[in-house]
Design a protein around this ligand. Structure first.
Ligand code: SF4
Length: 250
């Protein structure tokens, strides 16, 4: 376990390291107790490409919300096969099934924070319990919340979150994709610059902010994986962010 001082020191040093150097450092220190999350959108391809070349059997955590575009699931299958990836599918806890079946169409619109919590945050919290480190692809230029992130972030449960691409801009992502001739998500050319779940993603213009097509016009910019919601211990701690009072029925 790294001390808080060492985490801060490494985090500052990483400001000048390449993503590959940071991933190699993490591999030396944490393998095999290290995993990476990926949404398999176009901007995820560089980190997926470099990380799985440094750690070939790296577990890739994919959150299967049940709301993905068909295109995302087919693209994920193709890349998993071509790159021989070790993918771990994450799904919501079974006790939510009857609730989600009943409100499947309305939940993402009525209460997207609750929907993201039970489909994304909770499954990721559970999955990462078996690991010491989590590689994430967030970048500072994506949202105001991500702009304040650090290369190393110790979670309250002791898990170390590692953000190797933090200093990359979208131009760096584009350059890496071109240099390595990486495949693009099939919806990218149709204007989906950032692809999440189908009910919460729209196509945008070429000059629009990269994530402006996510939860557009609904006052939400993050799913909760990269906010304080991820550090909540149970649903009652997140209740203030939900519209529905779910604490009485779970
Ligand atoms: S992105 Fe939308 S559909 Fe997906 S989990 Fe969040 S609210 Fe639900």
């Amino acid at each position: 376990m790294l001390s808080a001082q060492k985490i801060e020191k490494f985090s500052q040093e990483f400001e000048t390291w390449t993503p590959q150097q940071i991933i190699a450092w993490a591999a030396d220190r944490f393998s095999p107790y290290i995993a990476m999350s990926s949404s398999f959108q176009t901007q995820s391809m560089p980190l997926l490409h470099m990380a799985t070349r440094i750690i070939p059997d790296l577990p890739i955590l994919f959150i299967d919300t049940g709301y993905h575009f068909w295109d995302t699931l087919m693209f994920r299958e193709r890349i998993a096969h071509e790159w021989n990836l070790n993918i771990v599918d994450l799904r919501r806890a079974a006790h939510w099934d009857s609730f989600v079946r009943q409100y499947a169409r309305t939940l993402p619109l009525e209460d997207p924070n609750l929907c993201c919590y039970l489909h994304k945050v909770q499954p990721m919290q559970q999955a990462l319990k078996g690991y010491k480190a989590w590689i994430s692809g967030i970048r500072r230029d994506q949202t105001a919340i991500r702009a304040k992130a650090h290369f190393l972030e110790l979670q309250e449960n002791g898990l170390l979150k590692i953000n190797p691409l933090l200093n990359w801009k979208k131009e760096d992502v584009k350059r890496y994709i071109e240099e390595h001739n990486l495949p693009q998500h099939p919806l990218y050319e149709k204007g989906y610059r950032s692809v999440g779940c189908a009910p919460c993603t729209i196509a945008i213009g070429v000059n629009d902010d990269e994530r402006s097509g996510r939860w557009a016009g609904r006052g939400k910019v993050e799913c909760g994986l990269h906010t304080s919601m991820f550090n909540t211990k149970d649903i009652s701690e997140s209740q203030s962010e939900f519209r529905l009072d779910i604490t009485k029925s779970t």
